[in-house]
Write a protein that binds this ligand. Structure first.
Ligand SMILES: Cc1cc2nc3c(=O)[nH]c(=O)nc-3n(C[C@H](O)[C@H](O)[C@H](O)COP(=O)(O)OP(=O)(O)OC[C@H]3O[C@@H](n4cnc5c(N)ncnc54)[C@H](O)[C@@H]3O)c2cc1C
Length: 380
């Protein structure tokens, strides 16, 4: 049997890609080393922010519009509620990249937003207690996705369309053949016309070109029981992305029986050489990094610890994504280096990867994600 495509890694990006290929009538095999979903990669922890006024770069906004539409389409197809709109706050001092980037995206793409000073923010959303001169850019379109349910929904929908998906089967290596690709796992050997590598933190083990371009990093998030629960529900507390003097933090309201959740981008700057051996225990030092921000900016959420969990970022040098075909093996498409902000894009990345694998190009505007930007030395 020769598959049209094999997808190596069925997490966030891989699950959407398997679905997209199956929806296009292709014979597709998805290979996942663990269960679906699982808590050992990057797509777990019950919540992921989605926001339209993109502080990281305005070039993401058209992709986000498509991502929103595709998430809604998945909800319609499966009857699952995956996306909860809460509104969102990009916070920080006026001159921070977070606030300025958000305002630039709003201006360039004519996005609805409000600029709230610290007092106005606290009055409107009392969970927020930012000191002057911090401000918040409020965007009504922001919200949160449930990553485990998104992955499960894509996999279930793909299977319904005829996709074959194997769990607990690890891809050990691949090589190009005359007309396609041979993929070897710990259970067998498969042949396909195309290979798509969506292996998240493990990607550089399968694609040596990514060795220094998609580098895993340990993260830890904390859930607390708010002291004033009414200030931290999905109806009263917008998700946030906040540049504070102590670091850049993100957080989510209490929802679906989970508490208020907070994390810090690049947590304690711990590079991970081998994701299989990462420290997954959560320590007092991890909690301390998060409690600092909780106490200062969200004191009414600074209640008892409900849970902590380790997770993994996979960083590219410029923190923008890598979406491309391999220059010397164009039958292989890759998606890597999502740098802690990729989940919201899974639904459109699935489309892009299916385009790249099947057609060699895509209708989406993705030149800023090409692999050769690093070789050319054009990235920041
Ligand atoms: C704590 C935290 C908070 C985040 N918050 C946000 C947020 O609010 N908003 C947002 O948009 N993004 C957020 N992100 C980033 C986002 O979650 C990631 O960018 C996204 O999940 C990456 O998806 P992925 O498919 O690349 O990786 P994964 O979902 O980890 O998928 C990779 C899959 O490949 C499998 N695999 C790897 N190697 C093999 C192999 N050899 N054989 C078979 N299977 C293999 C893995 O087991 C895994 O299932 C956050 C990330 C973390 C860690």
């Amino acid at each position: 049997m020769i598959y049209d495509a094999i997808v190596a890694g069925v997490g966030g990006m891989g699950s959407a890609t398997v679905f997209e290929l199956a929806a296009r009538g292709r014979k597709v095999l998805g290979l996942e080393q663990f269960d679906i979903p699982h808590t050992l990669g990057s797509s777990h922890g019950h919540s992921r922010i989605i926001r339209l006024a993109y502080a990281e770069h305005p070039g993401y906004v058209p992709l986000l519009r498509r991502a929103y539409a595709r998430w809604r389409a998945l909800e319609d197809a499966t009857g699952e509620r995956l996306l909860v709109i809460t509104g969102g706050i990009d916070a920080g001092a006026e001159d921070t990249a977070t606030v300025q980037g958000s305002l630039v995206s709003c201006a360039l793409h004519d996005l609805p937003h409000e600029r709230l000073d610290a007092a106005a923010l606290a009055q409107r959303f009392p969970g927020y207690r930012l000191p002057e001169p911090m401000i918040g850019v409020y965007q009504p379109d922001a919200g949160m996705l449930d990553p485990e349910r998104c992955v499960t929904a894509y996999v279930a929908a793909a299977r319904k369309l005829g996709a074959e998906i194997h769990t607990r089967e690890r891809v050990s290596q691949w090589h190009a053949e005359e007309d396609g690709v041979q993929v070897q796992t710990d259970k067998g050997t498969y042949h396909a016309r195309r290979l798509i590598v969506t292996a998240g933190p493990w990607a550089r083990g399968l694609v040596p070109a990514l060795n220094e371009l998609a580098v895993p990093e340990r993260q830890v998030v904390l859930w607390t029981e708010p002291i004033v629960p009414d200030h931290f529900s999905a109806a009263t507390f917008p998700v946030f992305n906040m540049a504070a003097p102590e670091g850049r933090y993100y957080g989510y309201p209490a929802h679906d029986a989970h508490g208020f959740k907070i994390g810090r981008y690049h947590h304690r700057s711990e590079r991970v050489d081998d994701p299989d051996r990462m420290d997954r225990a959560c320590h007092a030092e991890d909690e301390a990094v998060l409690r600092v921000a909780l106490r200062r900016y969200f004191p009414d959420a600074d209640g008892p610890t409900l849970a902590m969990q380790a997770c993994i970022f996979t960083n590219s040098p410029d923190e923008h994504f890598i979406l491309d075909v391999l220059p010397d093996t164009p039958r292989v498409a890759i998606a890597a280096g999502f740098s802690g902000h990729g989940f919201k894009f899974c639904s459109v990345v699935g489309e892009i990867l299916a385009d790249l694998a099947l057609d060699g190009g895509t209708r989406h505007d993705v030149p800023m994600f090409r692999l050769d930007r690093f070789a050319a030395g054009t990235c920041a």
